[in-house]
Design a protein around this ligand. Sequence first.
Ligand code: SAM
Length: 280
Amino acid sequence: MSAGTLYLVGTPIGNLEDLTYRAVRILKEVDFIAAEDTRVSGKLLHHLEINQPMVSYHEHNRKQRGLELVQRMLAGETCALVTDAGMPAISDPGEDLADLCHQAGIPVIPVPGPCAAVCALSQSGLPSGKWCFEGFLPTANKLRRERLDVLRKEPRTCIVYEAPHRLRTTLHDLADALGERRVSVSRELTKLHEECMRMTLTEAAAYYETHEPRGEFVLVIEGATQDPEQSAADQMAHAIQLTEELIAAGLTLRDAVKQAAKQTGARKNQLYQTMLAREK
Ligand code: SAM
């Protein structure tokens, strides 16, 4: 172990067996451990019988604390950064500290562990040759709309993190913005109630209307397969087919259009006009 080094140590995202031998050794050998939440990491360290000193390093103290940690590493100490779960710096504190260390000439060494995004991608079966990580979508309306607009044109498989209490809204927003794309919903990865469901975005939005979202979620969404104009044409073709099926099942034209537009993300007025034109 070299003096004055930052180790970014991946920790389990559920299953404790996913901690690597190397992670345990590094946590035992460093001079101190910087943790996002010392109580959460304290439980893991207690379980491993590791007693290295801990300091907190989180979103709200990262500026000042980051400078202090760099000073300690410049003085020759080794530091392991851990977060509550998974790889530090992936939708977690860490990127600022890694950046500060690089600027100060301190080596930054990853000690790989599980990352929910990568686990969900490999589980999804969706194209993984080219993919992008979106993390959490913004909650503010304008920023959210802007990101969704970017994703609408994004051809790569896209990974989104979401908290259970926001899952329903996010699935609806994604279905509205992206239309009938495949999504793989990974829930509670590596845990007792682990589950992976593959559906379309509209099906996923409908499913979670009637099922309470519980646990932690990663959404892996198929990229845009064609140019936006072609996608819109496909979406309309699907909406027309669905409208016809609903009419055959007994709905009025107006109700069928309403439901088909909701399910496919097609524009209601445009669908209505198209159906009227077909009837002539
Ligand atoms: N640094 C972590 C990583 O490497 O995956 C991510 C931390 S981020 C604050 C927390 C989010 O990761 C959760 O809201 C969820 O979207 C995802 N996540 C973490 N653990 C998970 C699990 N066991 N199953 C599914 N998603 C998980």
